[in-house]
Design a protein around this ligand. Structure first.
Ligand SMILES: NC(=O)c1ccc[n+]([C@@H]2O[C@H](COP(=O)([O-])OP(=O)(O)OC[C@H]3O[C@@H](n4cnc5c(N)ncnc54)[C@H](O)[C@@H]3O)[C@@H](O)[C@H]2O)c1
Ligand SMILES: Nc1ncnc2c1ncn2[C@@H]1O[C@H](COP(=O)(O)OP(=O)(O)OP(=O)(O)O)[C@@H](O)[C@H]1O
Length: 648
């Protein structure tokens, strides 16, 4: 429905518009020779009444003062342009004096194409006190209220017609949304296939260079590093030329870097040509550093299904060439972090001969401290962050969990291994030893899965481009924001309806994020290597709404229905809040780029230590024992024996 116009000449003192559905009205009033225009949005009175509700349709009755922000008076001539949005069902006018039939007919005819007779007969009257209009009465039918009016048989016929029309429009809207969602999931799938293709390409090139690798492996590590350096400096070659791969089990990473930028900070103005260090991932048993690669085997022989060996064992990262570039990300506004950062930058440069990147803010801080830090690299424009993953071998974070989240949010695609330095657990004097071990490898890592979120806007349903996907390491939250109403969210999993969330909101969390907001909302704590998506309601207004854990391959859709009383707000790892209007949806699936984080011991040990030390999980006073002595003695003997035989 486009813009329908009607003109109402010689308006009486006050008028009201009753609108069902959403409507934008532009009123232009002529006062003397002046034309005053203003746009009045439908929910101006914010008084909605739900007249009908079923699964697909909710009809809202909104009462709008046509005069909006200014009163209309008899000496003004009013022109109303109704810019009608979906789903407009009904629009009528009523006036406190003068039969309005001709005016209303003029109003309604272009909208609904109904005859004058019908309109005159159907025109309603409403109890005026409800909307704050005093001393107003209908000249047509003063005794009938709006409820009565909507029960009126001829109007009901019109109603049905309009409901049908609205439903047709809703179906079209749904189809368009499905197209947009299809596109979003196709994009995600394309990214996965691209990654697979890249891995396959790397594997093929590794086979080609197997001979070269043999020679490379026969030399010492130092020689290898030296060779690689020389080679990278000598050859301005293509990635394929300079790739070295072992061709063994596991996933190899070989990407070369040609940073053509002139190092402006250096007086030498030399051209920096560095190679991104390659590494190999191997799966083994817990604590087994042999790098044994176990595949999950599901066999089906003679009708018996058996599984042998699980693939998700501790993952080891082995460097195949020495890392040369480290990005240090430091928590702002902390003196201890700042001094540790300066010390670490100097140590990496002087002792390890490693190129260091920091954020522009940190470089300024370092230069304020001493001009010696001009060797430190940084970037000028945010767009340069996009290429950072191809330059950096390792990311070191100095701060807490928030700094790891910050690091993850900087890399909107692949991310190099992250070494988190939590200041509480790792004192500054220990960092050399730990970082030295990490640079040498092999190191245990945890692949922390991220979620990929797409916001699909109802308003942009017919646009080809959707909003950029957002990656989260902890969770995406959809909550009620400032609104005091319950959120009302419809949730679907792979196009199956899951449930409606009525409460403060919903958290879709990764297993890494299971110890963060999801935990506070009653979700379970899940080992980060367990592949899954946590579905945790926030303060649900239901006694039986328990949190769920869904498989990692699920695609979840959270939809704000049209009949939601309030809007919803999505936030990503506690940041970047986005408003979701009725009709908008958020689609969430596992991202193809996990965050590899270095372990202090191994995944399980780190996880259990973090919940015990960080969250004081199940900390309870030990029960006092005052039973008969011999039982105590027995227990003591048993424990003594146990500790003597088992070394823990
Ligand atoms: N009620 C809550 O518990 C609540 C409310 C809002 C946000 N959060 C969490 O805060 C996170 C943002 O963290 P921030 O540091 O930027 O904000 P912040 O500085 O407000 O820190 C929030 C706290 O959550 C902890 N935290 C973050 N991720 C964690 C994880 N994976 N496991 C255990 N603890 C974790 C942090 O250590 C910090 O103590 C959000 O992703 C969300 O999970 C929690
Ligand atoms: N490099 C950075 N630039 C901008 N903001 C950052 C950076 N690193 C961390 N932050 C932000 O600073 C806040 C605090 O960081 P962080 O959580 O690491 O510190 P913390 O709260 O002291 O540690 P913990 O997680 O142990 O409570 C977080 O909101 C995080 O997003």
């Amino acid at each position: 429905m486009g813009n329908d116009c009607f003109a109402a000449q010689s308006l009486p003192q006050d008028c009201r518009i009753i609108a069902r559905g959403m409507v934008n009205l532009t009123t232009s009033t002529v006062a003397g020779s002046r034309l005053i225009s203003e746009t009045v949005h439908a929910p101006i009175c914010r008084r909605y009444r739900i007249l009908k509700r079923d699964r697909s349709t909710t009809i809202l009755l909104g009462r709008i003062r046509a005069s909006g922000r200014g009163k209309l008076t008899a000496d003004r001539v009013l022109t109303i342009v109704a810019a009608v949005e979906l789903p407009l069902l009904f629009l009528s006018l009523s006036f406190n004096s003068a039969p309005p039939s001709s005016i209303a007919a003029a109003a309604i005819r272009p909208l609904f194409n109904v005859s004058d007779d019908r309109l005159t007969r159907d025109l309603p009257s409403f109890p005026l006190e409800e909307t704050g209009f005093s001393n107003m009465s209908s000249s047509l039918n003063p005794a009938r209220g709006d409820h009565e009016f909507f029960e009126d048989p001829p109007t009901r016929a019109l109603d049905e017609h309009l409901v049908e029309f609205s439903e047709a429009l809703r179906t079209v809207a749904k189809a368009l949304r499905r197209v947009a969602e299809g596109k979003a999931s196709a994009q995600a799938e394309a990214a996965i296939w691209k990654r697979k293709y890249e891995l396959e390409k790397e594997r093929n090139s590794s086979l080609k260079h197997q001979e070269a690798t043999k020679i490379c492996h026969s030399g010492s590590r130092e020689e290898e590093t030296e060779n690689l350096r020389n080679e990278s400096l000598m050859h301005d070659s293509s990635p394929e030329k300079s790739v070295h791969c072992c061709g063994k089990d596991g996933i190899c990473s070989h990407e070369t870097l040609r940073d053509g930028a002139v190092d402006a900070d250096s007086n030498k103005q030399r051209r920096m040509v560095t190679r991104k260090a390659s590494f190999r991932l191997a799966w083994g048993c817990n604590g087994d550093n042999s790098g044994q690669h176990k595949h999950e085997v599901v066999s089906f022989e003679k009708g018996n299904i058996t599984t042998a060996g699980r693939s998700s064992k501790q993952i080891l990262l082995k460097w195949e060439s020495q890392p040369q570039t480290v990005l240090i990300l430091a928590k702002p506004n902390s003196n201890s972090v700042r001094s540790l950062c300066a010390e670490m930058v100097r140590w990496l440069k002087d002792e390890k001969k490693i190129n260091v990147f920091v954020e522009p803010r940190v470089k300024i801080e370092l230069l304020t401290e001493s001009s010696d830090f001009d060797f430190v690299h940084t970037w000028k424009y945010d767009e340069e962050i996009k290429d950072l993953h191809s330059k950096v071998d390792l990311v070191v974070t100095l701060g807490g969990d928030g700094t790891v989240l910050w690091a993850a949010s900087m890399f909107k695609g692949p991310i190099p291994p992250v070494v988190p330095f939590s200041l509480g657990s790792l004192e500054s004097e220990n960092y050399r030893e730990y970082l030295d071990a990490v640079l040498k490898g092999p190191m245990s890592i945890t692949l922390r899965h991220r979620l990929q979120c797409h916001v699909i806007r109802e308003a942009a349903k017919d646009e080809i481009e959707t909003e950029e996907p957002i990656l989260v390491l902890n969770e995406v939250t959809i909550d009620r924001g400032m609104s005091s109403y319950l959120t009302y969210l419809e949730c679907y999993c792979d196009s199956s309806f899951v449930t409606c969330v009525q409460g403060d909101g919903l958290i879709l969390s990764t297993t890494s994020g299971s110890t963060a907001y999801s935990l506070a909302a009653g979700g379970s704590m899940v080992h980060p290597q367990v592949p899954g998506i946590l579905f945790t309601p926030i303060c649900p207004h239901s006694l039986s709404f328990r949190p769920l854990i869904l498989p990692e391959y699920a695609t979840l859709r959270v939809q704000v229905p049209f009949n939601s009383r309030g809007q919803a707000w999505a936030s990503f790892d506690g940041k970047d809040r986005k408003q979701l209007a009725p009709g908008d949806a958020l689609i969430c699936s596992m991202a193809p780029w996990p965050v590899p984080t270095a372990c202090q011991v191994d995944s399980t040990n780190d996880f259990l230590r973090s919940i015990n030390e960080g969250l004081h999980w199940n900390l309870r006073k030990i029960q006092s024992f005052d039973g008969p002595r011999f039982v105590g003695r027995l227990s003591y003997c048993f424990l003594k024996q146990f500790f003597n035989t088992k070394k823990i």
